[in-house]
Design a protein around this ligand. Structure first.
Ligand code: SF4
Length: 409
């Protein structure tokens, strides 16, 4: 039996497995079958799964995964338009896909979904639900000549679950690229074993009560995993913290909002960067984000920028995305900057209206989603950059905060 306890692993660090298929081919049955739970509602009425259903579990040896049971998108019910849009969104966060289909039935749907996954370079395999136990025709089998497929009778498979799961996992392991399976640690290339790291965490009005925010928690964990010595302080105690250390720290990492304050405190020979820039280097394409900064100088009063955040959070009155960055940019440019904010998994389709996208570190989404956002911006020819880079740029400290990455590349 698989372990199906809920884990604390953030969504962004899980392998996302998307299940696609026409309505009533057994998608939800398969998801339930893998998770061992009634995660999705299984019904004989076409289109019961009206929205994508997410289930997190540990699927050894793949590790923490999120199973995404997408809504069937081939029916003609009133809800189907909305379903199509929601299912299409899942493409952007799927690391590996499973297409469920009936034996000897290959329709436009399977053809299109295969093409879309290939376009997105998402690895996939097929599960053929042969519940009538038919022989598979040569005409049908020709569609799988380049792909992996497993033939099964989903309804009857309960007694053979272990064997089926083992086959499925073996096949998944063989198609998932190495870099997706083994996510690089946040500390990669910048922090080594036994190095001393000082994390500067401001507790301003935007900080949640009684806890740290996810990028800070993930960074602490990454430092501990690297066997580094990690010290956490606020910017107000940073000077005293450094004075009490016998040796200088190897690197200081701060929240973007206190870049200027921290730089005034730390000596010039200590490496220095921000949480946001570390996430940008780890989850997206560092060079593209750095290149995007150049667009700031060309901004005109009639231009509009998009502030993109990958989570929805309660915005405080000095929110970094909605208040601090627009204010800093307006001051730098000498005119009031126009901007929109997108948050959570929604990402605008009409990017053409923006002259620049400024994205948060994206700690809550996986690398696949972040890269999709970069690709989408590139398709529309819109420069994209990162919170920490923008704040450092307007404070004239970009060279300093990007040095840990440039040095090692
Ligand atoms: S997803 Fe973005 S805005 Fe939300 S906590 Fe992570 S870095 Fe901050």
């Amino acid at each position: 039996m698989e372990n199906i306890i809920e884990l604390n692993t953030p969504k962004s660090l899980r392998l996302h497995i998307g299940f696609f298929g026409r309505t009533n081919v057994g998608k939800s049955t398969l998801v339930n079958y893998i998770s061992g739970q009634e995660t999705s509602i299984v019904s004989s009425v076409a289109g019961t799964t009206t929205d994508s259903v997410y289930k997190s579990m540990e699927l050894s040896p793949l590790g923490p995964v999120t199973l995404i049971d997408t809504a069937g998108i081939d029916d003609s019910s009133n809800l189907s338009k909305e379903r199509i849009s929601r299912t299409t969104r899942v493409f952007n966060l799927t690391d590996v896909a499973i297409i469920v289909l009936e034996a000897n039935v290959w329709t436009d749907f399977e053809q299109k979904i295969t093409e879309q996954l290939n376009t997105k370079k998402t690895p996939f395999l097929f599960v053929i639900n042969n519940y009538k136990e038919e022989s598979l025709s040569a005409n049908f089998l020709k569609h799988f000549s380049q792909y992996k497929f497993i033939e099964t009778q989903l309804l009857q498979e309960k007694t053979h679950r272990e064997k089926f799961l083992s086959d499925l996992k073996q096949n998944l392991l063989s198609i998932i690229p190495e870099d997706v399976l083994n996510l690089q640690p946040l500390t990669q290339n910048i922090i080594k074993q036994f190095q001393t790291v000082v994390l500067v965490v401001p507790l301003d009005l935007g900080a949640p009560k009684g806890r740290l925010i996810l990028p800070q928690v993930q960074m602490i964990r990454a430092c501990l995993d690297t066997n580094a010595i990690v010290i956490i302080t606020k910017e107000t105690e940073l000077k005293q913290t450094l004075e009490r250390l016998k040796d200088k720290p190897d690197i200081v990492i701060c929240d973007s909002q206190v870049v200027k304050t921290v730089l005034n405190i730390i000596p010039k020979d200590i490496l220095f960067t921000t949480f946001s820039i570390i996430f940008s280097a780890n989850k997206s394409d560092f060079k593209t984000m750095l290149e995007g900064i150049k667009a700031i100088k060309n901004l005109k009063p009639e231009n509009k920028i998009l502030i993109a955040e990958a989570c929805s959070h309660h915005a405080s009155k000095d929110d970094i995305g909605r208040v601090k960055i627009p204010k800093l940019l307006s001051k730098y440019l000498g005119f009031e900057i126009k901007f929109d904010v997108s948050s959570g998994i929604d990402y605008p389709v009409n990017l053409e209206q923006y002259s620049l996208i400024i994205h948060c570190g994206g700690c809550m989404i996986n690398k696949k989603q972040m890269i999709s956002r970069l690709n989408f911006a590139a398709e529309k020819n819109i420069p994209i950059t990162n919170y920490g880079m923008v704040i450092s740029f307007v404070n004239n400290t970009l060279d300093r905060v990007t040095e840990p990455f440039i040095q090692k590349n």
